[in-house]
Design a protein around this ligand. Structure first.
Ligand code: PGA
Length: 254
């Protein structure tokens, strides 16, 4: 794990945008694993600017998103398909037919999970997987639980996650109770992982994920076992790591 310090959200987004752009430049037909939520929006903005400036080309890029709410169609403005179109795909020269998000309306969600695993397998793996982190340590919608779920699966969202995501809905009652999410093995199979964390609300989850025991109770802790993880975190998210002078030395300042 390499942890890079960013001053604030904008600095984190710039650094992340540069790293993803470098991946696209080095491998123009890369498979990008993409994430939703507030955290990556700024990085996507950076990629849009770079694409408009002619610095990166998405025409051969393929993508696979981490998760989708069960029960929401891609047209629903809180679905993750809608989010991706709105925050990235509509503004760059990506072929949407090469972009993948689980189908939240699938009649047979279990079959949809198996189909999604096959989509990832057929792509020959993910070159760069972008992740946010939940305040409870979740990655994708892999919530704290007793075992690391391997493949794409249907998950019951925790109350904490639904409350946290209620800010995007009219009320918490409208937040779906279930989601389809890539599993831990899907994520761990990515060649490179880029995790972004911003804000004090992520400080404990980030600290536990990097320096606590590897446990499904803190799903992101499994990333300690991946051999190419880059974390870009702003100072607010680094608070607890900074306070522990031993681990503080693990942070690259630049
Ligand atoms: P956020 O969510 O980016 O909206 O904070 C991150 C996550 O829950 O994975």
């Amino acid at each position: 794990m390499k942890i890079y310090a960013a001053k604030d959200y904008d600095d984190m987004s710039r650094k992340a945008g540069n790293l993803i752009a470098a991946q696209i430049t080095m491998k123009p037909d890369a498979v990008l694993g993409l994430a939703t939520g507030s955290t990556p929006v700024g990085a996507y903005g950076q990629l849009i600017e770079k694409c408009k400036a002619g610095d990166i080309d998405f025409s051969r890029i393929r993508s696979v998103n981490l998760d989708e709410y069960k029960g929401l169609s891609g047209e629903h403005d809180q679905s993750y398909r809608y989010f991706m179109n709105h925050n990235l795909f509509d503004h760059v020269n990506i072929d949407k037919a090469r972009t993948n998000v689980p189908n939240g309306l699938a009649e047979d969600p279990e079959a949809e999970c198996r189909r999604y695993d096959q989509v990832i397998a057929d792509m020959d793996g993910i070159d760069l997987q972008l992740l946010g982190i939940g305040g409870n340590g979740h990655i994708g919608f892999n919530e704290p639980c007793e075992v690391f779920e391997k493949g794409t699966h249907v998950v019951t969202l925790t109350e904490e996650t639904r409350q946290s995501n209620a800010r995007f809905f009219a009320s918490v009652d409208e937040v779906p109770t279930h989601a389809l999410t890539m599993g831990i093995q899907n994520i761990m199979s990515a060649k490179k992982v880029l995790l972004l964390a911003s804000g004090e609300g992520k400080a404990k989850a980030l600290y536990d994920s990097c320096f606590g025991p590897v446990t499904p109770h803190v799903p992101a802790s499994v990333l300690q076992l991946h051999n190419d993880v880059v974390i870009i975190a702003d100072e607010a998210a680094l608070t607890l790591i900074r306070e522990n002078t031993h681990w503080e030395s693990m942070v690259y300042d630049n």
